[in-house]
Structures are given as C-alpha cells and as structure tokens.
Design a protein around this ligand. Structure first.
Ligand SMILES: [Zn+2]
Length: 108
C-alpha cells in the first residue's frame, strides 16, 4: 500500500516513530471501496509507524463540472456523467476519484 509508504516518509521527516491518527480522503468513484480499504489497512499497517493509528476516512461524493450550468454539479445517480440539474452530459469529474492522505497526527 503506497499510502503507508507516504505516511512512513512523512513520519520520518518529522522524526516520529509512531502515528496516532491518519485521515484519508476517498472518492466514491476512486475504485476503492471503504470496506476493502479498511481491510487492506489492517493488513498493511502491521510493523509500520501507523500500526496503532486510528484511521478516519472522508467519503467524497462524485461531482462534475457542467458547462451548461457553468458550475459544479452532482451527477445523476447511476446514470453516468450527466448533470442532475439540467440533464446534459458533463464528463469533467472534479471530485470523487481521489484517494489521498489528508492529514496525520504524530503520537506524543
Ligand atoms: Zn447542468
């Protein structure tokens, strides 16, 4: 899990040997399910600085940019990348595909 490498690198830079909390941002369309991520996390964090860290997952709903509305919109549920407000195709995803480290707290 490359996120744990990222966490390990950041902890080393801070001179920390243990991390108490990790917050991740996970888009609903990142291709990673929350359950799969939690499961992978439990396995991958063993013997790392994050071994005892509490994991917080921020769930990010999908949002598209709609050129017709000229704004960020939620897409139609289960209907592909179509603006729910005006019904036009809006293929530019602005949010919802991320899988990233938001923050971490170093254990005292
Ligand atoms: Zn629209």
């Amino acid at each position: 899990m490359s996120l744990l490498e990222e966490i390990g690198d950041a902890a080393r830079r801070e001179g920390a040997t243990s991390v108490s909390r990790v917050t991740l941002r996970v888009g609903r369309h990142s291709g990673v399910s929350r359950d799969a991520l939690l499961f992978a996390w439990e396995l991958a964090r063993a013997d790392t600085v994050a071994e005892h860290a509490e994991l917080t997952i921020e769930d990010i709903p999908l949002a598209v940019y709609c050129a017709t509305c000229d704004d960020e919109r939620a897409p139609v549920q289960g209907g592909g990348l179509v603006c729910a407000t005006c019904g036009n195709a809006s293929p530019s995803v602005v949010r919802g595909r991320e899988l990233e480290l938001v923050s971490m707290e170093i254990a005292p």
